[in-house]
Design a protein around this ligand. Sequence first.
Ligand code: ADP
Ligand code: GLC
Length: 520
Amino acid sequence: MSRKKNRKKNFVKQIAVVNKTPVKQEEQMVQMDLGPRRSVAFIGSECYPFVKTGGLGDVMSALPKTLAKLNLDVKVILPRYKCIPQKFQEKMEYRGSFYMDLCSDGKQYYVGIMEYQKDGVVYDFIDNDEFFSWGNPYTNLIDDIPKFCYFAKASLAALNYLDWTPDIVHCHDWQAALVPLYLRTCFQNTNVGRASAVLTIHNLRFQGIYDRKMIQYWSGLPDYVFNKDCMIQNWLDANMLKGGIAYCNKITTVSNTYAGEIQTEEYGEGLAAHLRYHNNKIRGIVNGIDTDNWNPATDKLLTANYDTESAVENKKINKKALQESLGLEVDDHKMVIGLISRLTNQKGLDLVNTVVPGIMDGNTQVVVLGTGDAWYENTFRYYEYKYKGSFCAYIDYNENVAHDIYSGCDAILVPSRFEPCGLTQLIAMRYGTVPIVRETGGLKDTVSPYNMYDNTGNGFTFDRYESGLLYDAINRAKTLYFESRKYWDDMVIRDMNKDVSWEKSAKQYKDLYVELTPRN
Ligand code: ADP
Ligand code: GLC
């Protein structure tokens, strides 16, 4: 069948699947107003609410939903991990299964497809107990490398099996970075091989680097991609993200500043030269957040809902509830500063540890929510013990507590060493909680510094990675909070009014997809 005919067939089929009713004339008109129609398959390793360990899960959830409203057919392909809650597993429908070869052992691997539909998006979960039976999506590289080789190949094979040929395959981070290589090698002469590949780098620190022989064995990719301009990292190792960068049609990263930073030696994580070589393919598109899910006016997890009218008063109620639930002294005169983060080297926690004794002045409380490196966890536990009633170390991953912190705190700290985009500052602003951030990556692009002369800006910022500068930024925030509350409250409202939705950025992704597949 010709490409055009096949697309047309898929188009009709997808509309029918998504809407379950034939497309009405008015709906067609609306779709026409929204510009050209394209189809895109998202391929990634996590997606809220099924499975989330960080911001990638948020993006894989909110961006497809917004794109579906922009006249795009969107499918999201995910691993069917055992840890996906039962309530979702129960609603998945079996769409078929087949066997696929993978590595050089000649063995045939089972690929099951389980489907779930919501908000105009079709989610297809790749089912295979051998690879996805662990409690967590990520374990260690020895297991994760074979798992994500299998996932990348099975995702493309599933698209062919479903006879769903997307215009764009949009893959995310190293876990899906082999997709462009499979597209242009084993799938080149199949339906899905016609798609263009977009690779989004959410975090360059993680690249899927491992023993070259092992990656070559598990991926089953041809020898010629194992060269120094593509998959080869050094004489021992291969690098999956590096290969994806070489083979995709476009690279996006999650803020404009990070798109520039990753091409420098300081932030390039060893791939700066490779990225500079592929510079003409790179584009920065800043993340948004799901403003339905993160909405202080309707958030069911809050003690008191609020909008810009009621924020100043109702945030006090949420602060009290937060203080009570976390064992902090209940006093709405205290300034409460929150931190919600993976506790890793990326997040600027050594700066935080250095400044904590200085900021615990009797008028300030600090709440940390996160899990990660034992050293950070234990230091925060020690501070909780030392500053009882003023410091809380909530060492866990907990969505409900996160909502309480976003709504009940006055300020949020994001002093990252590097931050491709960062969502915590965006969510905080939506909840009228003032961000204190380092000017790097997406933090720089989304938080404009407070200007005391004309009373503008969204938060407090500092540039170089130095604890003294973080300390200074926190003190500037405290000064405004304690001495000019009216101006502080103005900033709370400004932050709540700031557009942190996906609308603008989703349009930029759509423009990119259309650019890659030019036709009406
Ligand atoms: P990253 O992806 O680098 O971890 P982001 O700022 O992009 O950072 O996204 C972090 C996301 O994970 C946000 O939605 C944040 O609320 C959430 N999050 C991080 N740590 C926790 C935690 N301990 N409990 C609940 N949510 C968390
Ligand atoms: C990564 C980055 C974070 C970004 C998120 C979503 O995990 O560390 O800055 O917001 O991906 O793109």
